[in-house]
Design a protein around this ligand. Structure first.
Ligand SMILES: N[C@@H](CCC(=O)N[C@@H](CS)C(=O)NCC(=O)O)C(=O)O
Length: 224
């Protein structure tokens, strides 16, 4: 049994994609970022960096922070979605690192400077838009002729897909990226992907997170 500390963002959905693909028991503890609940002391004990997602494995009491680490933890524990051949495994690690070190940060800053910055800053907005565009082009070349980024469905797809599907808010046109369009359609049709986005949907409307649940988990951990 797992608890995922979740908010309905690209990084949050990565973990729902994995939990649904594994078809394991889990529940969600919603951390409402709009209410700054990631800075509650009980949450900082889980992740001092005040970011979602975090995974708690109730079988082992292991807490895992950082979305790629959570994906690797689950892939390792269940021996699934991490590539089958040694070559494929390294491809999975490579694309996972590409997502968390390049696509996520560049797309995140792109979003920030287009939608959240308190003052418009054309230089930053353009720089991160161009960086994001380049990364979409890199993906387009790599996905041509493949159903999944490493040949078979893996945690690399689970890390990349939630960011690609935000192309509209990232101001990325898919007109010259036909393989990416096909990939997005193909991924969206998977049952596990649908279940993950259905599981996260109610949290887009919520005005409060699951603070009582967070406190109860923190108390249980403090008292052993
Ligand atoms: N490198 C981290 C990034 C996590 C991250 O940036 N999470 C965002 C939501 S997508 C967050 O919690 N933001 C809250 C804040 O910055 O206060 C990961 O991959 O898990």
């Amino acid at each position: 049994m797992y608890t995922v500390f979740f908010s309905p963002t690209a990084n949050g959905y990565k973990i729902l994609l994995m939990l649904e693909a594994l078809a394991v028991n889990y529940d969600i503890c919603h951390i409402n970022l709009a209410r700054d609940e990631q800075h509650l002391p009980a949450y900082l004990q889980l992740n001092p960096h005040a970011k979602i997602p975090v995974l708690l494995d109730h079988d082992t009491q292991q807490v895992v922070v950082e979305s790629a680490a959570v994906l690797l933890y689950l892939a390792d524990k269940h021996a699934r979605f991490r590539g089958t051949s040694p070559e494929q495994r390294w491809q999975v690690v490579q694309w996972l690192i590409w997502q968390v070190s390049s696509l996520g940060p560049m797309a995140g800053q792109n979003y920030h400077f287009h939608h959240q910055a308190s003052q418009p800053e054309a230089y930053s907005a353009n720089r991160y838009l161009n960086q994001t565009r380049t990364l979409f082009q890199v993906f387009e070349q790599a996905i041509a002729g493949r159903a999944f980024i490493c040949g078979e469905f893996s945690i690399a797809d689970m890390a990349i897909y939630p960011w690609l599907r935000l192309h509209k808010v990232l101001h990325i046109s898919l007109e010259a990226l036909p393989h990416t369009v096909q990939y997005l359609q193909h991924m969206a049709q998977r049952d596990d992907v649908r279940r993950a986005y259905d599981a996260g949907a109610p949290y887009h409307e919520r005005t409060h997170g699951d603070v009582d649940k967070l406190m109860a988990i923190a108390d249980r951990r403090a008292t052993g």
